[in-house]
Design a protein around this ligand. Structure first.
Ligand code: NIG
Length: 401
């Protein structure tokens, strides 16, 4: 069905067209954008092709958020660890093992149910594209199950067997399992490979081994790097051609320079920084240096138990010195670039799929309709219900009303 979305006070296309006042957008039967512009300029022949008109009541519309970093396949709760952190304990990667236990014992049905609830939560906050990682199974059987479950509803699945060496295992033995049978088992379900390159998790050499093994099998690399201290993560990500390096809290000038001269996106995770009581990642400095920045939620039970991109974007504006335009771009087109899903000139991504993160002809009609007339109210009214409706591929997946 061809749909016309109209009565849009501010249509933020996150493209060269910028923000269109009294905007409108037309999507085709596949949920692909076929026209976008000012309502007054809608061509007669396009208007004649419309089967259904959707009046958005004078609200602002953005591209759906692209959440390019989450860990949604888990069971269990670490509120006590969080509470201890708020009382002065510092975060350590070891907490991952707690979630591993709960996830291993959850079973397929419960993990599927939790995932569907989490996806619904994302839609309710305006997110339309989701990446998620394995990484709480940490043995071949549980990692394969996590990847399979994730592939039922997640846009981009990442294999993160190299999240932590599970308690009781030897690092080198575990790595052999990750790059051998575990990789065999997850390959049908995953498009990406990731590693937690950090003291207490995996060192540079181990991380390179994991990423190279994944690459050989056609999985594209991404890296958790420079979260807890300066280290080799960013350098390795750039060297290996990773689409993104995520966290990036502790950066040297060389790291920033390397990112600025690469195609690797720096993904900042403001909710995680707040929950782990770290200084917020230097998003302003990265943008000023010419680095492509993405904002993601990092939903996980250890460091960031939220999927609210509205919260992350608001934090970037209020505390990371980004303008609203910069924060919106980082959480839409920036996330799409981190997943290599950004639209090219024909609106399609590099794999010929409708692009994401930008409202242009040829891209997916992924729309985040705000409860507000002006998008700035996202940050002006922090924490207030901001999402009115969400459309993914032209289909309504959430409505507040
Ligand atoms: O992205 N940094 C590594 N992984 C997760 C946290 C995992 C956990 O503590 O459960 C993150 O923050």
């Amino acid at each position: 069905m061809t749909q016309l979305f109209h009565n849009i006070s501010e249509l933020r296309t996150v493209s060269a067209a910028g923000t269109i006042n009294n905007g409108a957008l037309v999507s085709d039967k596949d949920g692909v954008i076929v026209w976008v512009g000012a309502f007054d300029e809608l061509p007669d022949e396009v208007a004649a092709s419309v089967d259904k008109k959707i009046d958005l009541g004078g609200r602002a519309v953005l591209p759906g958020w692209v959440d390019s970093h989450t860990h949604m396949i888990f069971d269990g709760n670490r509120a006590a660890e969080f509470e201890a952190r708020m009382a002065g304990e510092s975060y350590s990667a070891g907490g991952i093992a707690t979630t591993m236990e709960a996830t291993r014992s959850a079973g397929r049905e419960r993990l599927e149910q939790l995932l569907q609830e989490r996806i619904a939560g994302c839609h309710a906050g305006g997110t339309t594209t989701i990446e998620t990682k394995t990484g709480y199974g940490l043995n071949t059987e549980s990692e394969a199950l996590a990847a399979e479950v994730a592939s039922g509803g997640i846009d981009d699945v990442t294999f993160l067997g190299a999240h932590l060496v599970p308690p009781g295992a030897e690092a080198e033995d575990y790595l052999e399992e990750v790059v051998g049978p575990m990789l065999d088992a997850v390959e049908p379900y995953a498009g990406w490979i990731d590693v937690f390159c950090e003291t207490g998790a995996f060192n540079e050499e181990q991380s390179r081994k994991v990423l190279e093994a994944g690459k050989k099998r056609g999985l594209h690399p991404r890296v958790h790097g420079n979260q807890l201290q300066q280290g080799p993560g960013v350098r390795l990500a750039v060297e290996i051609g990773a689409a993104s390096v995520d966290h990036v809290n502790y950066l040297s000038d060389d790291d920033i320079h390397a990112l600025a001269n690469s195609d690797t996106v720096a993904t900042v995770l403001p909710a995680c920084d707040l929950s782990t009581k770290q200084d917020l990642a230097p998003a302003r400095q990265l943008l000023d240096a010419g680095v492509t920045v993405a904002i993601a939620s990092n939903l996980n039970p250890g460091t960031s138990y939220t999927s609210s991109m509205n919260y992350c974007v608001t934090t970037a504006v209020l505390q990371q010195d980004l303008s609203l335009d910069e924060a919106i771009e980082a959480a839409t087109l920036g996330g799409a670039k981190a997943l290599r899903r950004n639209p090219g000139e024909d609106g399609k991504d590099g794999q010929g799929r409708p692009g994401r993160g930008s409202l242009v002809v040829g891209a997916s009609a992924d729309l985040h309709v705000l409860n507000f007339t002006n998008a700035i109210e996202l940050a002006y009214r922090p924490g207030m219900p901001a999402t009115y409706r969400t459309y993914k591929d032209g289909v309504e997946v959430f409505s507040a009303a």
